[in-house]
Design a protein around this ligand. Structure first.
Ligand code: HEC
Ligand code: HEC
Length: 443
């Protein structure tokens, strides 16, 4: 039925590793990375330029950091915020050579679950990072603030749990486009986005059938640098080990089924977690305006004093959950349009924004008017994705809309996003398709 060829994933051997996916350095993504040389964090360009070196060092290295990480209790580097001279200082200078342009010499990790000393030498064992509980390696440590979002990124059906660590004395700044329009360079649609302080660590776990496959740490190492690390869980679920800086695909046995899972390279983390997109992607006021265990998450965070100013009241309206999923159900009475726009905001808009990046001119942020998305009855810049009659979004006609076509194909040239997912999000496609069907005109 589909006009698109579903390219099946390279035949995977039943057990462990098949390395680098063919599209890792996809030409188009590479062009995105080139713009990163100017616009993104130094890390993205750093990693883009020298990923070979990074992957080796990520692997088996015996340097100061790794040996420290062997200590089950967190070791010297993590020793409760003491800016202890000795080893960390020595590592610091080694680190600044390796990190090159980041110019972050003198950095000392401020406590458990901090960015590593040398961004190319993350702690090898997740247990040594201090982000997880010492008594139960699958639980977040008790100082990690758990949160979730209204409108999640599609991650091939994984259940995800999330948490944040804000360094002592530091605060989150929330963009307020009304009071301070200068901080919203790309318009009022960026209202309520969060800017995390240096030292922040964000954590996300990926779980299938109650079994952890990956934990990701996204760390704000210095004012210019965020870095992401993936940790691969062992069969016994007692420990996870840092993934070298390359895409790695495995067959993951949940005990109930085999799931094909790709750990993204650090380079690929940064294509999504790009600077214009906001680096950190989930936490924003509309995403966390939700009730968990009887308390609104925003109220809880205000109670924990994580913000540098009170959030404007009433809170910005919640992004609706697009379809029935781990994050909940769509709110009663939400329109097709609202659900689809929430989905596109959460899954696409960190790359497709009004900032002239080279993903085209689409602006899929929530709140941008249909006309201003630059999609409706607009010819694509990058072809029809296999359709014969098309615009980016043709009112009433999903099957003549490139947005729809790119969402429902697995063809490596056309699928969207091109990284981070390898299974079509059927309910997501339906939400967007229903919306396009309901549109009568571009105004
Ligand atoms: C396909 C794009 C994509 C890729 C690739 C990707 N992420 Fe994310 N990530 C997201 C989005 C979107 C969110 C927010 C939505 C959510 O949490 O479901 C997110 C959330 C996170 C979070 C929670 C904090 C936050 O920023 O919202 C962490 C931690 C994280 N990602 C780490 C990583 C790491 C580490 C990598 C690479 C190993 C990576 N991600 C690769 C898109 C991506
Ligand atoms: C990691 C960044 C990234 C994410 C996430 C992403 N895209 Fe894209 N998108 C791109 C890039 C890069 C291109 C240019 C691709 C090309 O040259 O074919 C593109 C192209 C497109 C185009 C064609 C634009 C044109 O003018 O021809 C459409 C439509 C599109 N994406 C839709 C989506 C949708 C829908 C989503 C979310 C479900 C999404 N994208 C998520 C990076 C991204």
């Amino acid at each position: 039925m589909s006009k698109f060829k579903a390219v099946s994933r390279a035949t995977l051997s039943a057990t462990v590793t098949v390395t680098a996916r063919a599209n890792t350095r996809h030409a188009l993504l590479a062009s995105l990375a080139v713009s990163c040389l100017f616009a993104c964090s130094s890390t993205a360009s750093d990693v883009a330029a020298g990923s070979g070196g990074a992957s080796t060092s990520g692997g088996g290295s015996g340097g100061a950091v790794t040996s420290t990480s062997g200590a089950p209790s967190g070791g010297a580097l993590l020793a409760g915020g003491s800016p202890s001279g000795g080893a960390p200082a020595a590592g610091g200078s080694a680190g600044s050579t390796a990190a090159g342009s980041s110019g972050a010499g003198g950095y000392v990790p401020s406590g458990p679950c901090s960015p590593p000393l040398d961004i190319k030498q993350p702690l090898e064992k997740l247990s040594a990072t201090g982000c997880m509980s010492a008594s139960d390696p699958r639980k977040l440590a008790d100082f990690v603030i758990p949160y979730d979002v209204n409108s999640p990124l599609w991650s091939d059906g994984a259940l995800k749990t999330r948490g944040m660590v804000i360094p002592q004395g530091q605060k989150i700044h929330v963009l307020n486009c009304t009071a301070n329009s200068a901080e919203c360079l790309y318009g009022p649609e960026d209202d309520g986005r969060w800017v995390f302080p240096v030292g922040t660590v964000l954590v996300k776990n990926f779980i299938f059938d109650d079994k952890f496959v990956e934990t990701r740490l996204f760390v704000h190492r210095d004012s210019k640098t965020w870095v992401g690390y993936g940790y691969q869980w062992n069969e016994e679920q007692t420990e996870a080990t840092v993934v070298p800086d390359e895409d790695r695909t495995v067959m993951f046995d949940t005990g109930q089924r085999q799931v094909s899972w790709t750990y993204p390279s650090r380079y690929n983390c940064m294509l999504c977690h790009n600077k214009l997109g906001g680096s950190s992607l989930g936490p924003e006021t509309r995403q966390l305006n939700r009730t968990v265990n009887g308390e609104n998450l925003l109220e809880k965070l205000e109670r924990l004093s994580v913000f540098d100013a009170p959030l404007p009241k009433p809170y910005l309206s919640a992004l609706p959950t697009p379809y029935d999923s781990f994050e909940g159900k769509p709110p009663a009475g939400a329109s097709n349009e609202d659900l689809a726009r929430s989905y596109l905001h959460a899954n696409c808009a960190f790359c497709h924004r009004a900032d002239g990046s080279n993903s085209g001119t689409l602006d899929l942020r929530y709140g941008v008017t249909l006309a201003n998305t630059n999609a409706c009855n607009t010819q694509p810049m990058k072809g029809g994705a296999g359709l014969s009659t098309f615009t980016l979004l043709t009112p009433g006609k999903p099957m003549e809309s490139v947005i729809w076509a790119r969402m429902q194909t697995l063809d490596d040239k056309n699928r969207m996003p091109q990284i981070g997912t390898y299974v079509v999000d059927q309910p997501g496609v339906k939400v967007v398709s229903d919306w396009i069907t309901s549109i009568q005109s571009c105004q």
